[in-house]
Write a protein that binds this ligand. Structure first.
Ligand SMILES: [Fe+2]
Length: 217
């Protein structure tokens, strides 16, 4: 009988669990399901552009798919609310990285994604949440997902916020580089836009790593 390498079994197991989690997100809130897939693809592209190795690119994509899993604990009417959130609702929203990380930490094979998910709303200047950690103390994978998340939120229809065009979204991320976003990741998404590599389903497998100036990771 053919022996299947343990590493492959583990990856297949993780892929199945990610599919199940993604289905749960999509069932709870369809927008968040689609958003998660787009963020994973764009984050994978950015990780590839920055020159990260294959395993790290895969980890970024896996974390991108489940980065908002904590939102399954937020009531649908809050997720879909069109008007401004109340203070209480905002507090609930801001809990989703913590609940998401807690969920992943209990699922075999998903533990390494937990810290990435925990910190995916942290800002480069330390004004993010939930911990307020800043700069290179934020996991690199989280910084990448944060940029991909912001780009998708600005360019797609969701319950709250206005849709802006791709060019304006890139300009906004560029403007916020160095205080909201990791400047290296912001540079990568601008480069991807300039090169016309930003596509809905991601094309990172065809993109060579390019020489992007970056902070020491
Ligand atoms: Fe999020």
């Amino acid at each position: 009988m053919t022996q299947v390498p343990n590493a492959l079994v583990a990856d297949l197991g993780r892929a199945k669990r990610i599919d199940q989690l993604l289905a749960a997100i999509d069932e709870h809130d369809h927008y968040t399901g689609g958003h998660s897939c787009r963020v994973a693809a764009q984050a994978g592209l950015l990780a590839r552009l920055i020159g990260l190795d294959d395993r790290t690119v895969e980890r970024v994509k896996a974390a991108g798919l489940v980065h908002d899993i904590g939102k399954v604990h937020i009531q649908r009417h809050i997720l879909r609310k069109r008007s401004e959130l109340t203070e209480c609702e905002l507090a609930q929203m801001k809990m989703h990285p913590i609940t998401g990380a807690a969920m992943l930490s209990y699922i075999p094979g998903m533990e390494e994604l937990a810290p990435i998910v925990l910190h995916h709303h942290e800002r480069w200047d330390g004004q993010g949440y939930p911990t307020g950690v800043s700069g290179i103390d934020i996991p690199l994978e989280s910084r990448i997902i944060f940029v991909a998340d912001a780009f998708d939120a600005m360019t797609t229809a969701r319950s709250y916020g206005d849709i802006v065009g791709t060019r304006l979204a890139i300009e906004e991320i560029d403007r916020c580089a160095g205080w909201q976003f990791d400047p290296s990741v912001a540079h990568a998404i601008k480069l991807a836009y300039d090169k016309k590599w930003l596509e809905p389903n991601g094309i990172e497998d065809r993109i060579p790593a390019v020489d992007i100036p970056r902070h020491p990771y």
